[in-house]
Write a protein that binds this ligand. Structure first.
Ligand SMILES: Nc1ncnc2c1ncn2[C@@H]1O[C@H](COP(=O)(O)OP(=O)(O)OP(=O)(O)O)[C@@H](O)[C@H]1O
Ligand SMILES: [Mg+2]
Length: 335
């Protein structure tokens, strides 16, 4: 959905040059120096009577980055996006988007949005939906044709351009939603679960589209539950739970380094077991041993100790934590 400008004016005072130090605050990347952040929030909150949808969100997204916004169902992700778009009003805190107050009419012209739940008019052709959104977004008429053709080609719907939306599969509707979000070459695109209905090919296509947007300098704000996908495309992530940020930073910072090593060993005697236990807690499955709590730089010493103890070392594989491991740990869904 293109973001339609509305008549409600919000104050357009500039965002603070820096936010106070505190949990969950990270600075813009150096590449973005001189540009206002794509998104900046300070204690942003939304309460629906007794329901706290967002408890106080403080974060910064630099221009040009792919930002993953993650959290379990009901964590407040969609609420945050709606607040940033000015589609709903905060009950506390502040937010700036592309240097203007969230909801500012002019900055909304430079934003694309794929909503989580949407339904286009069944009786319209794909091309007509895009045409309608070109009008809603206020794009100059002479650009409509090229914009629509490019958007259709990007999402792989060129051949279905004149088919009615009512005949589209779920995945095709989602592709069309993405095409709408791309119209007008926005500076910032919010994608709320863009691949939930897509097959593996569609998901890969979306990853490619997102990477291509980054190459063009577009900022992408991505809500997704598909953590392996987020891990592949995002530069930075924030994980929210119960309306609060519980971790944010570069992907590598949030995931952390390898903290376990898997080894295939034979001839492990008492001394070998002692050597393994000296480096961390050990799990064994046949010849495979996993030693938890081992940093990468300690691996050579571990191997040397095993050889010294008479074990034969057939394979050594540092095990990197995945974003999913970290997500589950943070949300205490596993030990
Ligand atoms: N209009 C509303 N009225 C009342 N409560 C709402 C409203 N919109 C959202 N909420 C509540 O706010 C909380 C956060 O909802 P939100 O849709 O932001 O979650 P989410 O992180 O996007 O979840 P999901 O992963 O399921 O999409 C939920 O408890 C939800 O029920
Ligand atoms: Mg949501």
């Amino acid at each position: 959905m293109g973001v339609r400008a509305d008549s409600r004016r919000l104050p357009s005072d500039p965002p603070p040059s820096s936010l106070p130090e505190g949990e969950g605050i990270s600075l813009s990347s150096p590449e973005a120096a001189g540009q206002p952040p794509a998104v900046q929030t300070l204690d942003l909150a939304k309460h629906y009577s007794k329901v706290i949808a967002l408890a106080g969100l403080t974060m910064t997204v630099a221009q040009g980055e792919i930002f993953g916004f993650l959290g379990p169902n009901g964590a407040g992700k969609t609420t945050a996006v709606k607040l940033l778009l000015g589609l709903t009003r905060p009950t506390g805190g502040e937010a700036w988007v592309l240097g203007a107050r969230a909801g500012d009419r002019e900055s909304r012209r430079r934003i694309g949005y794929l909503p989580e739940l949407f339904r286009y008019q069944d009786w319209l052709q794909a091309r007509e939906v895009l045409q309608l959104h070109c009008l809603l977004a206020g794009l100059p008429a002479h650009l409509h044709h090229a914009e629509i053709d490019t958007a259709l080609a990007t999402v792989g719907l060129t051949k279905r351009a004149t088919d009615r939306v009512g005949t589209f599969s779920k995945g095709m509707q989602q592709r069309l939603g993405l095409a709408v979000a791309l119209l007008g070459q926005p500076r910032l695109i919010f994608l709320d679960e863009p691949t939930s209905a897509l097959d593996p090919v569609g998901r890969r296509d979306v990853r490619e589209i997102v990477r291509d947007l980054k190459r063009r300098g577009t900022t992408v704000f991505l809500n997704s539950h598909l953590l392996s996908e987020v891990e592949q495309v995002c530069d930075r992530v924030a994980i929210v739970d119960k309306g609060r940020v519980v971790a944010q930073g570069l992907m590598s910072e949030v995931i952390g380094g390898a903290r376990a090593v898997r080894l295939r060993l034979t001839g492990v005697n008492g001394a070998g077991h002692t050597a393994l236990a000296h480096f961390g807690s050990v799990e064994q499955e046949g010849d495979w041993y996993t030693v938890h709590g081992v940093e990468e730089e300690t691996v050579p010493a571990l191997v040397a100790a095993l050889v010294q103890a008479g074990a034969q070392v057939h394979a050594v594989a540092p095990r990197h934590h995945t974003l999913e491991d970290r997500f589950l740990q943070l949300l205490k869904r596993v030990e």
